[in-house]
Design a protein around this ligand. Sequence first.
Ligand code: DAT
Ligand code: MG
Length: 140
Amino acid sequence: AATERSLVLVKPDGVRRGLTGAVLSRIEAKGYRIVALQQREATQAELAAHYAEHEGKPFYAPLLEFMASGPLVAVVVEGERCIEGFRSLAGTTDPTTAAPGTIRGDLGRDWGLKVQQNLVHGSDSPESAAREIGIWFPSL
Ligand code: DAT
Ligand code: MG
């Protein structure tokens, strides 16, 4: 059994819409443990590091602008295979087509159908998780 840690963000749209509790509730109901949690506005340095893989893409600047548009909630989640497991809970990137039963599929339907306003982020590999936890929680 592989116990992993994943870095989850409730993005500014989720915080603004009062959906932080709904997201955390799904994480806990799945059996994952919340190791660390912080609500605050992200710095440009954190966002640039977090989304370094997307630098240069057409959606990069609007994505960073959106991610800086209000407080977000950064969470370290722990559980068996929780990296893949949380991605599955979150649903596919675009909320307009994310499956029902997923966070993005059930809750991500508002806000003018902008792809970046998809409520949550979850690490996509153990390497990403370690890197991202280092960005948001350098003391962990
Ligand atoms: P995910 O968040 O599902 O891991 P990603 O890492 O490919 O998706 O992209 C990071 C974020 O960037 C994503 O949550 C929303 C935004 N994004 C991705 N593709 C996009 C696109 N084609 N247009 C606008 N925003 C996009
Ligand atoms: Mg990603």
